[in-house]
Design a protein around this ligand. Structure first.
Ligand SMILES: [Fe+2]
Ligand SMILES: [Fe+2]
Length: 467
């Protein structure tokens, strides 16, 4: 992708998106000459015109879930979350991918655009409608939303699967080496995490779907990689820069390093831990600090990783472990990693007897804990990222088919892409992936979720279908 992944910090770009959203919302309820619409247009022009004058053309493009202004990703802010989501949805509904402003814009240009945009919303071929109507303007140009071709998707999936398993085998290798006292090459870890960061920026959903792979024999290795992916994805949502995302991904990958010192038969005990065993397990954050600092000479990244290892069970309100006194604040990375860690741990089968929680159950339990154990603001972003029907959820559809949530749709949060695994007649099928946003010619949805079921009860998991 030729786009610059540096997040635009300028508040004015966020204002542009926000203001465009305000205009559209107002124009959908009021007449174009209404005061609210007119003043919203004025405000929008005061933001966009200075840019057009200095840059000649300004493009506003939707790629995946993010808007880009002249190729720079615009930071997603909580303050504007609703307006951003609204605009993404309205663009996608009309298959509009970008708007290009050429020359200074006047209120009539915007009014024409509003008319076309609203008319397209009622049309069978929304994009054709809007581009037809906009043909008379040479100051505002619209372009179609780009879609990934089916064929491409298969290859991307292969590449992403490779990244995931590379990371798992690396984390396995590192832990084994440290255990035997060997020196560990952290450069390789950095390269692996950098690849994951790149893939999350481009194909967030695909890499996130890999985190549903949880192998209980190799729990700790998969868990480390899953926590790293979930942390980076969350960091990306709040607009962290690429370099910071890599540091976060590394810290997350090493968060449970201290577990190598917990005896194997305790760690993998099939029944509940007794008090002595708990005492050992509660030491892994401190042991983690020691192992990480042994990785190589002091540098800011290793130091920060060791802080995260120390703090990841401390909790937002310090009610966790190890017990601390007069502790000021959790490191920002630790707050992110704690959320990713709890989510992955809850949704994994750690030992043979332990049944993992369904993703939606884990999320609602975590929501109850936000404020006390977890950072409430970050939790909001996390829930928004995982979606109403998290990847891997088993859903029953109104067509009597059963499916697994394959990919969530950030715009239509209740209409994910679903892998059908049981057909209308109740027969197990080697499924196809359908999107719940598909409609028939009357505009009715072809399929909708009726309810979620506990995938573990049916002994079904998405990982089987990914591998
Ligand atoms: Fe831990
Ligand atoms: Fe953990």
């Amino acid at each position: 992708m030729a786009h610059n992944e540096d997040v635009v910090e300028r508040k004015s770009s966020q204002d542009i998106i926000n203001q465009l959203s305000v205009i559209l919302r107002n124009a959908q309820i009021h007449d174009p000459n209404n005061v609210a619409v007119v003043s919203a247009i004025e405000r929008f022009l005061s933001l966009i015109n200075p840019l057009v004058e200095s840059e000649r053309t300004v493009s506003l493009e939707l790629i995946g879930e993010f808007f880009y202004l002249d190729g720079m990703r615009i930071r997603y802010s909580l303050e504007y979350l609703i307006n951003f989501d609204f605009l993404v949805r309205e663009f996608k509904n009309r298959e509009v991918g970008s708007i290009i402003f050429k020359e200074k814009i006047n209120p009539d240009d915007i009014k024409l655009f509003l008319k076309a945009f609203i008319a397209a919303g009622f049309s069978q071929d929304p994009y054709e409608k809007i581009s037809d109507m906009m043909a008379e303007s040479n100051r505002i140009i619209v372009d179609r939303l780009k879609k990934i071709k089916e064929g491409d998707e298969v290859d991307v999936r292969k590449i992403i699967k490779k990244t995931y398993f590379n990371a798992v085998s690396y984390s396995k290798g590192v832990m084994k080496k440290i255990k035997s006292g060997e020196k560990v090459n952290i450069k390789k870890a950095k390269r692996i995490v950098e690849t994951m960061v790149d893939q999350i920026l481009g194909e967030e959903q695909l890499l996130l779907s890999m985190t549903t792979i949880k192998d209980y024999d190799e729990y700790t290795y998969h868990h480390s990689v899953n926590v790293s992916i979930l942390s980076v994805a969350l960091g990306q949502r709040i607009g962290l820069r690429k370099r910071v995302l890599t540091e976060l991904g590394l810290a997350a990958l090493f968060h449970d390093m201290g577990k190598i010192e917990v005896p194997h038969d305790v760690l993998n005990k099939p029944s509940n831990f007794n008090e002595d065993e708990w005492r050992l397990i509660r030491k892994h954050p401190i042991w983690g600090v020691r192992s990480i600092l042994k990785l190589r000479g002091f540098d800011p990244v290793t130091v920060r990783s060791s802080i995260v290892a120390f703090e990841h069970h401390l909790h937002h309100d310090f009610s966790g472990y190890p017990k601390v006194k007069n502790y000021k604040d959790l490191d920002f990375f630790s707050r992110i990693v704690s959320i990713a860690d709890q989510y992955d741990a809850m949704t994994s089968a750690r030992v043979y007897s332990r049944v993992p929680m369904s993703p939606d159950k884990a999320l609602s339990l975590m929501m109850e804990r936000s404020d006390s154990q977890l950072d409430p603001l970050l939790m909001k972003f996390f829930v928004n990222m995982i979606g109403v029907y998290p990847i891997g959820s088993l859903v029953m559809l109104d067509t009597k088919e059963l499916g697994l949530v394959y990919e969530t749709d950030v715009v239509f949060v209740d209409r994910p892409r679903v892998l059908i695994i049981v057909d209308k007649t109740g027969k197990r099928v080697k499924g196809t992936v359908v999107s719940l946003t598909e409609k028939d010619k009357y505009g009715r949805y072809l399929r909708s979720v009726v309810k979620t079921l506990d995938a573990n009860k049916y002994k079904i998991n998405l990982a089987e279908f990914l591998l």
